[in-house]
Design a protein around this ligand. Structure first.
Ligand code: CO8
Length: 258
């Protein structure tokens, strides 16, 4: 788990920390980096002691997009055979909370990676955009879909069409970013929030994420049915017994994620 070359990982108490680590190229996202991210996230997802994951960038950016040097000469057949988007799909199957902490640039694939996180903290100096139109391509790792579902069709079109960067403040106003933070406090604030989540019942967090994600695709009726089943499911957990017993006994619950 520790011989990655494009990311750095560590465990801090109940948090799985993942740092993008190609600072010389502003953390340009290579295929290898996505593969490493998937391995790290899936490792933390299967690790009982880890309750939440924090993703951030080393150097002066979160990530300035997919690695243009790697992509420049690829053919459509290369893309088909490499099947690299299956790794991106795996990122969205992670069940634990992923808190993204964005500073500097989140562009193209870097913005798509940020949009794959569950909660986004951004430094006040962060900039978000899809410059693909300046390269003769378009977002390919969910940008047109995720951004549209998040902020609506016309606002997404405007942003992706003009290819310009929006400030963290604008991204916050549009609902893309949850919280704005002073740059020097960014990772600490993201960790603080992740620690708060780490004290909650893990199965509750997991099934809430599962249910909220379904709201994006399901009709209200289907979503309500789905939510209900997850609600019922939690009544088979030890943590439901512990949580309610602790409330009645006026003490803090001790959740085990079972
Ligand atoms: N790919 C490769 N190298 C990059 C990238 C990138 N996306 N971004 C920056 N770099 C490199 C630069 O080439 C430079 O390297 P060197 O020092 O060897 O010349 C180094 O990082 C530092 O960059 P700059 O000197 O350009 O730094 P500036 O502060 O002057 O500019 C910018 C910062 C504005 C962020 C500028 O670097 C830039 O415009 N970068 C490209 C942004 C971009 O176009 N991103 C979109 C890429 S396409 C994409 O993401 C498609 C996603 C599709 C799905 C994913 C499929 C895998």
């Amino acid at each position: 788990m520790d011989n990655f070359s494009h990311i750095l990982i560590s465990v801090e108490g109940p948090l799985g920390m993942v740092q993008l680590n190609r600072p010389k190229v502003l953390n340009a996202i290579s295929r290898e980096m996505v593969g490493e991210l998937v391995s790290a996230f899936e490792h933390f997802d299967n690790c009982d002691d880890v309750r939440a994951i924090v993703l951030y960038g080393g150097g002066r950016a979160f990530a300035a997009g997919a690695d243009i040097d790697e992509m420049a000469n690829e053919s459509t057949i290369d893309f088909e055979l490499l099947n690299q988007f299956s790794d991106w799909d795996r990122l969205s199957k992670v069940k634990k909370p992923i808190i993204g902490a964005v500073h500097g640039f989140a562009l193209g694939g870097g913005f798509e990676l940020a949009l794959s996180c569950d909660i986004l903290f951004a430094a006040e100096d962060a900039k978000f955009g899809f410059p693909e139109v300046n390269l003769g391509v378009m977002p390919g790792a969910g940008g047109t879909q995720r951004l549209t579902k998040l902020i609506g069709r016309t606002r997404a079109l405007e942003w992706i069409w003009d290819g310009e960067m929006r400030t963290a403040k604008e991204a916050k106003e549009l609902g893309v970013v949850n919280r704005l933070v002073a740059p020097e406090l960014l990772v600490d604030e993201a960790k603080k929030y992740a620690m708060k989540l780490a004290s909650k019942a893990p199965l509750s967090l997991r099934l809430i994420k599962d249910s909220v994600n379904k709201a994006v695709d399901y009709s209200l009726y289907e979503g309500m049915q789905y939510e209900r089943k997850n609600f019922y499911l939690l009544f088979s957990s030890e943590d439901q017994k512990e949580g309610m017993k602790a409330f009645i006994e006026k003490r803090k619950p001790h959740f085990r994620g079972r």
